[in-house]
Design a protein around this ligand. Structure first.
Ligand SMILES: C[S@@+](CC[C@H](N)C(=O)[O-])C[C@H]1O[C@@H](n2cnc3c(N)ncnc32)[C@H](O)[C@@H]1O
Length: 386
């Protein structure tokens, strides 16, 4: 099998952990980009990347790249491309565009030009055309134009990879599965000691942690990938890859997940069952104010509720978290993601700060290390910032 270039897209701030994941699964020529990581590999690597990566959103396969000087250049080159080698008239397609160029007023116009080119190519060749289905296409095409540089890729994932398939229901503010997996990696959790999410909502952090520690890949749950609709899809190679990455049984790693709301615990435990990790997570309804995990060296990772504007209730809530940590979590390592403003009210000094974009909201992911004896945070004077 020959090697090809691929692009894995991700969220801002997760590029390095995605690159680490790619190296771990054996990808070649791993290079960090902006909200993306470039790599190369054979067809099996393409399937494996979709199946195994926890911090990637999509895996793109560039199929054509060139310079354009007008919208018509996009049409002409698109019409000359042999689309019929990739899919048939009976299949549906859609185009997703990202355009930063004066040649197009908007990305919709660029999508339309390429769509016309594809349709006209099929009509010319077969007297018939494939239909567009923007909601659930068989073939998803990614068009990226930056000034005069145009790259056309096939999106091998289809639906974004954060949609693992285990989230049957969710609370009001669920975290993206890709973000949860990224935070767990950024935290440096050893995948052996018990991890606690004391404000678990729909359970994303706990479920992703249980999957990671127990060697369960997203692909063990999700079955749909766009590459399965391609003419080039090779089920034999996919099967061999799948056999190679099956979880190996080992001593299970326990996760503790609690939330103040019974409804959220019900949702989280159903989602965990769907992900195949229900038996690995201890769920509990509890107010954080009363939670006492009684572990020797607790490791906490959570995202408390936060609004875009800080209210006095928020200030009190965050100072309650700080007080509780100070007095009941000696020897703990605690990672919290929230807005920088909310985190100020915790009143503890972080030893690490990482800026992360959660959707469009800038958040801070902070590490607090608590030591026994002094019952106070040992402040690290060299707080590391990204
Ligand atoms: C931002 S959400 C967490 C979302 C979660 N990471 C997910 O993926 O669904 C914050 C959670 O904190 C819970 N919560 C609020 N106050 C709490 C308290 N005092 N003790 C425990 N949980 C609390 C809320 O019920 C909510 O589920």
């Amino acid at each position: 099998m020959t090697n090809q270039q691929y692009t894995a897209t991700t969220m801002a701030g997760l590029e390095e952990v995605l690159a680490q994941e790619l190296i771990e699964i054996g990808a070649d020529e791993v290079q960090i980009g902006r909200r993306s990581v470039y790599f190369s590999g054979d067809l099996k690597m393409l399937y494996k990347a979709n199946y195994c990566l926890r911090t990637a959103l999509r895996i793109l396969v560039p199929i054509d790249a060139y310079k354009i000087h007008s919208a018509d250049d996009l049409y002409q080159r698109g019409k000359n491309f042999k689309w019929e080698e990739l899919f048939g008239v009976e299949q549906t397609f859609a185009i997703q565009s990202i355009v930063f160029s004066d040649l197009f007023n908007n990305s919709m116009y660029a999508s339309l030009k390429l769509k016309d080119a594809i349709v006209d190519r099929f009509r010319y060749k077969f007297g018939d055309r494939p239909s567009v289905n923007s909601k659930n296409p068989d073939i998803l095409i990614n068009l990226h134009i930056s000034n005069e540089y145009c790259t056309i890729s096939l999106d091998s994932s289809g639906e974004s990879l954060h949609k693992r398939g285990y989230r049957l229901d969710q609370n009001e503010a669920p975290m993206s599965e890709v973000l949860a997996a990224g935070l767990i990696r950024l935290s440096g959790w050893d995948r052996q000691s018990e991890l606690i999410d004391p404000m678990c909502g729909s359970g994303t952090i706990a479920i992703e942690a249980a999957m990671l520690a127990n060697g369960i890949y997203p692909g063990n749950v999700r079955k749909n990938f766009a590459f399965k609709n391609w003419r080039t899809y090779n089920p034999g190679i996919f099967k061999r890859m799948e056999e190679e990455v099956q979880p190996v049984s080992k001593q299970p790693v326990k996760i503790l997940a609690s939330d103040i709301l019974r409804r959220n615990i019900d949702i989280a435990s159903k989602n965990a069952d769907e992900a195949g990790v229900g038996s690995l997570i201890d769920f509990k309804v509890s107010d954080f104010k009363l939670l006492d995990p009684a572990l020797e060296k607790p490791f906490l990772l959570f995202n408390p509720p936060y609004g875009e504007r800080l209210s006095s209730d928020d200030t009190n809530f965050y100072s309650m978290i700080g007080e509780r940590l100070k007095h009941h979590y000696t020897n703990a390592t605690v990672w919290i993601i929230s807005t920088a403003q909310c985190l100020k009210s915790i009143g503890l000094r972080p030893s690490k700060k990482i800026t992360i974009l959660n959707g469009s909201l800038e958040c801070s992911f902070r590490k607090y290390e608590l030591y026994s004896g002094s019952k106070k945070i040992i402040a690290d004077d060299n707080v590391s910032k990204e």
